[in-house]
Ligand binder design. Sequence first.
Ligand code: MYA
Length: 448
Amino acid sequence: MAGAESSHINGNPNSDDSSTPGDNESLMQMGSKSVEELAKTLQKSMNLDKKHAFWETQPVEQFGEDQDEDEDEEEDEEEDEEEGPIDHPHDVSEIRTQPYTLPDHYEWCTCDVSSDETAAEIYSLLSTNYVEDDENMFRFNYSKEFLRWALQPPGYFTSWHIGVRGQANKKLVAFISGVPARIRVRDRTILMAEINFLCVHKKLRSKRLAPVLIKEVTRRVHLENIWQAVYTAGVVLPTPIVTCQYWHRSLNPKKLIDVGFSRLGARMTMSRTIKLYRLPDNTVTPGFRQMERHDVPAIRRLLQAYLAQFVVAPDFSDKDVEYWLLPIENVISSYVVEDPESREITDFCSFYTLPSTILGNKNHTDLKAAYSYYNVATKTPLLQLMNDALIVAKREKYDVFNALDIMHNQSFLKDLKFGPGDGHLHYYLYNYRLNAAMKPSALGLVLL
Ligand code: MYA
């Protein structure tokens, strides 16, 4: 789940647009609150301060278990010691060997995305039933190649790519997936599952199928002796470790306005808007070029040093860097700065490609979006590096460049004319308790 459910631009930067609609305003006003307050306000505003019949049974931090509210210092210290797993590991032999029971007329399948036919079925389910914005104007349209990339990293388990089919017609009607990843939380590195692409066909919604999918993927993860997971969602569940906001940089403002992704700012004309977002044809940093395979060790070193400062971040090996960052057309784009004299790799930036289908627009069917991935600047100013990323994205005909307010991203968002979106993305840990909620800038992890 890459984007918050509602991620349109809230007005244009550099304009004094004050015409944001009411519900967006209430979200925007929350900018100065703490993460917990934000989660609670969001929970209330989205009418989710209700019972969570499923999530209340799971080893996740429950609402109201927030230790920060505890004013007793001694207890705080005690709680500090409790950071870590909520349930302690079982023996794999205790894990049930039978899949969970599905409603009548449905059956489990394991999806092999290497098969063209299966990849096409997953693509078809997601492209018609996956995440939409609140107004149902856009739906994520992850490509088949992207899905293969996202689902088959080093050490992946085919058994974690789980489908539900109709027993009679074998049609794929639901999906959930996990991939293994080493995630560091403060000074502990844990092999976790990254859970993504949970999807139930629109016709089967609200029948409690999602909890069965989640329990089944949990069972299969446990069978590999893995007991923690990380995931993101646009909805508030018990309990986010951090709530982030998407920012959007218009590259093709006319199209974004035509399709309702953004609006013309107050006192702005289309031609002034186009001029505002214009970018040069060529990158400015000497030695800026596409990443190549031989750059892997240097990029791994840059990433390792950079990610060490964040509370939660992936622990990438050379193999992981090669897999996750080597460019694949229309999937992942990565650039390095190679010092023209020393030949040293000093900086690195990357973005992935996640188009959305534009629903019900006469003139346009696809929105081509780039999503900021991992960026490390040691010599080039980060602002200049990201401006070069915008220039290449514009050249490659992306309509918009999106970035979360995580890592050091806040240092360039405003200056590079990103505007805040009206959606939030919540990060969660399964079976791991943090003793304090985090700020987005303490997060060093991007999920797809
Ligand atoms: S996030 C992307 C989720 N996908 C979409 O938004 C696509 C469009 N929507 C749908 O396909 C359906 O609406 C889904 C729910 C499938 C989302 N994460 O079956 P239901 C809870 C977790 O009647 P449906 C992504 O992929 C809900 O609070 N739980 O509902 C990461 C309620 O529980 P409770 C969610 O609408 C996924 C229950 O489901 C989500 O038909 C991470 C209702 O079930 C959500 N996004 O189907 C999954 N949405 O009563 C968790 C609703 O308690 C992984 N619900 O409130 C956990 C770690 C597992 C591994 C652990 C290993 C150790």
